[in-house]
Design a protein around this ligand. Structure first.
Ligand code: ADP
Ligand code: MG
Ligand code: MG
Length: 254
């Protein structure tokens, strides 16, 4: 059992005195095996929450705490966060020319596990995970993220998730830009890792992915904080009503 606890988190962006407060007191607890969906309009601070937990240098935590099983996540380096069992897709560079997917994954697995995976079982592991994600074998030899389509990027994200087996995974907009096929494959991947006991924080603007992944909890994010929490039915409600009730003039769905 692992528990990620976010308490009264305040974050500014910009880094100087004139910096703007984006997160205004976020409270959230994600435990192993639970799937939490964070839904909210554009600009509400969802990605800021993900980046802050990831330790992105652009974001300054000005108050509150983030702990993983009682350990202070905010005091950890980005690498330490990964080793502690946090998976944050955006912690890795966007493009790594000259580094193949296969080498990248092995390096990441070595860092997280503390020792290099045995080559023979590793190849089997990677092939199995790639098959499950309906990925071509040749993909393993491509340079990380170089010329990846939107769907390939997301599959690569879920591939990492399946191989690195973190305690808690934070997925920001995993559903954006996916066609129906890719969305299904990616959702199945998320459901698989969920069944294996990983706690997931699924950040999304749209309700579409929630037709494939039924969250245990849904949180509405607005103006830097969670303004409402509920079960999966809250997502259905947002799909029908949008965020209008929270003073936002846009539809949540479509
Ligand atoms: P969401 O993911 O919900 O769309 P974001 O976290 O991306 O929201 O953005 C929240 C607010 O913070 C927005 O007003 C955005 O303009 C601002 N913001 C986010 N990142 C930065 C940054 N690096 N520099 C300046 N402003 C930023
Ligand atoms: Mg945004
Ligand atoms: Mg965002």
């Amino acid at each position: 059992m692992a528990t990620l606890e976010i308490r009264d988190l305040h974050v500014t962006v910009g880094g100087d005195a004139e910096s703007t407060e984006i997160l205004k007191g976020v409270d959230l607890t994600v435990a192993s095996g639970q799937t939490h969906a964070i839904m909210g309009p554009n600009g509400s601070g969802k990605s800021t929450l993900a980046y802050s937990i990831a330790g992105h240098p652009k974001y300054t935590v000005t108050g509150g705490t983030v702990t993983l099983d009682g350990e202070d996540v905010l005091a950890m380096s980005v690498d330490e966060r990964a080793r502690a069992g946090l998976f944050l897709a955006m912690q890795y560079p966007v493009e790594v020319p000259g580094v193949s997917v296969s080498n990248f994954l092995r390096t990441a697995a070595t860092a997280v596990r503390g020792e290099a995976p045995k080559l023979r079982t590793w190849v089997k592991e990677v092939n199995g995970a790639m098959q499950a994600l309906e990925m071509d074998k040749a993909f393993a030899e491509r340079s990380v993220n170089e010329g990846f389509s939107g769907g390939e990027k997301k599959r690569h994200e879920i591939l990492q998730l399946e191989l690195l087996k973190p305690k808690i995974a934070i997925l920001d907009e995993t559903d954006s830009g996916l066609d129906v096929d890719a969305l299904r494959v990616v959702s199945e991947g998320v459901n698989r890792v969920r069944a294996s006991g990983i706690g997931t924080l699924l950040i999304t603007h749209y309700t579409r992915i929630l037709r494939y992944i039924t969250p245990d909890f849904v949180h509405v994010f607005f103006d830097g904080r969670i303004v409402e929490s509920g079960g999966a039915e809250l997502a259905d409600q947002l799909e029908n009503e949008g965020y209008a009730r929270f003073g936002v003039n846009e539809a949540a769905a479509h």
